[in-house]
Ligand binder design. Structure first.
Ligand code: XMP
Length: 512
């Protein structure tokens, strides 16, 4: 990219949100480790720098510091929260240590709109979360906004294009926060609006063609958003040089394999090889009930089946993968920054190295919301683009205890009813995940005049932003009633439906 806004990450939980907000303004933004040398930033076409917030204090012994040459590099700098304090500290102002944090809503009184607050009202509700504060301006700076607790809640050094704000414009609680970013991007940095998903597609398609040349690409299609969009994008670039492998591991949902075949093979005319390995997976899983062991067996068997499929497909040069930007950001682990703790699930770990394939990861630069836009632009249907997450080990981690074909079939039928009702009521699109879990517990029910001793199905529906925390969705009783009565009436072998009302934490989203 010719112009980049660098976000130097000092460990804020909002760092990724800052980069996303900038990209929403159609400007390319990238997250860098806080210590990235200026030479690197220059080489990458950085036209403006944002110093993120962070949990540290500038007084801490190990306080994270940037390459100080950023202040003589000649590009605008915007310090947010800890970023503002860093500017105060490093540019000869004074920061006062504080024993308590200011957290929550405040009112920013804009004294001087200048470029940063151009076109904004004189008073703004803003979100604060900081301990230390600036008590003396660095030379060359002046205050442009104040809050109840801070004389220097917003500062500028107009000739050098340095700005500092104590509040967080990237969070939803800050009024008109996006305007603050736009003013910085367009009014201060002179950025162009050229980061669009159409440009991304054109640029990436050309890049894939150059990289792959006459080579062949192999891609494991799971039906999830990331691998689907990666497949559609690579296919647009190189057509028949792409071969996708879809492994039926016997742990798929009802009709899933047929849907994949209909969409990718028939509609997109992608060369998709469906490998039916259900029997092998179920044989290996027989008698296994420990969740981690199940995951290992499923992962290992997948790699084996995938590798074997190469023999019939023939030589390949590249392995296509739907890796996203959050997976490649080098997260800064300071304090309790949750971004540094995200659990990544490596479902195909180690595969490329063993297969001696080069990696082709066309979505490496994108956030999930951008991947969805790309998917829609490439013609993927809403059901794929907005599909709920589904774990790599599939229903294998949703049948509690030992897995068998009978149990999987019961779960598949119950789950299909749940999805049908979620779709019919439009609720499917509003929640993070909705699924059924098979419980290996038998309870008594009555069918007609007879007692029926049968299994229990749990319904799990959660709301979440990023899967790190989740809350159980408050579904309407009528909808729950319909789901429950349909499952107990239509699925043989189920006598009872229960609802999971646990949040994460302390529970997890999946049951295993
Ligand atoms: P938990 O259960 O940890 O799940 O709250 C968080 C998110 O991750 C998904 N998940 C998995 N995804 N392989 C995956 O690809 C796995 O082994 C796996 N386990 C959980 C889960 O569906 C939820 O979205």
């Amino acid at each position: 990219m010719a112009q980049t806004i660098a976000v130097l990450d000092f460990g804020s939980q909002y760092t990724q949100v800052i980069a996303r907000r900038i990209r929403e303004c159609h400007v390319y933004s990238k997250i860098y480790h806080f210590s990235t040398p200026v030479a690197t930033l220059r080489a990458e076409g950085v036209i403006g720098i944002i110093l993120s917030g962070g949990p540290s204090s500038v007084f801490a012994k190990e306080a994270p510091l940037p390459d100080q040459a950023i202040f003589t590099m000649g590009v605008p700098v915007l310090g947010i929260c800890y970023g503002l304090q860093l500017m105060g500290h490093l540019l000869d102002g004074r920061v006062a240590k504080s024993t308590h944090r200011e957290y929550g809503h405040g009112t920013l009184h804009i004294q001087k709109p200048g470029r940063l607050f151009a076109q904004l009202p004189k008073k703004l509700r803003v979100w604060n979360s900081h301990g230390d504060r600036l008590i003396k301006l660095p030379p060359g700076f002046q205050a442009i906004g104040t809050t109840e607790n801070s004389e220097y809640a917003a500062i500028e050094d107009r000739p050098r294009n340095f700005y500092g704000i104590q509040f967080h414009p990237e969070v939803f609680h800050t009024e008109r926060g996006i305007d603050v970013y736009q003013n910085f991007l367009f009014g201060v940095c002179g950025a162009k609006r050229n980061w669009t998903m159409k440009n991304f597609i054109d640029h990436t398609v050309a890049g894939i063609r150059t990289k792959v040349g006459p080579g062949r690409v192999l891609l494991g299609l799971s039906g999830g958003v990331d691998s689907s969009v990666a497949a559609a994008l690579i296919h647009r670039a190189i057509g028949k040089q792409l071969t996708c492998v879809f492994v039926d591991n016997g742990l798929l949902r009802l009709g899933e394999r047929a849907q994949v075949e209909a969409l990718y093979k028939k509609h997109f005319r992608i060369d998709v090889r469906v490998v039916d390995a259900a029997e092998l997976f179920l044989r290996r899983l027989k008698g296994v009930s420990e969740p981690e062991q199940k995951r290992k067996i499923i992962g290992r068997t997948f790699v084996e089946v995938f590798e074997k499929s190469l023999k019939t497909i023939g030589h390949a040069d590249f392995l296509g993968q739907g890796t996203l930007y959050p997976d490649v950001i080098e997260s800064v682990a300071i304090g309790n920054n949750p971004a540094a703790l995200i659990k990544t699930h490596h479902n195909v770990g180690g595969l490329p190295a063993r297969m001696k394939l080069q990696l082709l990861e066309p979505l490496r630069e994108l956030f999930k919301d951008e991947v969805r836009i790309v998917g829609a632009k490439l013609g993927l249907p809403r059901e794929v683009v907005w599909r709920q997450p589904f774990p790599g080990p599939g229903l294998g981690v949703r049948v509690m205890g030992e897995i068998s074909k009978d149990r999987l079939d019961i779960l598949r039928k119950a789950d299909a009813i749940l999805q049908e009702e979620m779709m019919a009521s439009g609720t499917y699109w509003k929640v993070w995940q909705s699924f059924c879990v098979f419980l290996p517990v038998k309870t008594v029910g009555v069918v007609g005049d007879e007692r029926n001793y049968a299994w229990v199905i749990a319904v799990r529906v959660v709301e979440s932003i990023d899967a790190m925390t989740a809350d159980w969705a408050r579904l309407p009783y009528d909808l729950l009633q319909k789901i429950s009565s349909r499952i107990t009436n239509e699925v043989r072998g189920v006598s009872r439906v229960v609802l999971d009302i646990s949040s994460k934490p302390p529970a997890t989203i999946e049951w295993e």
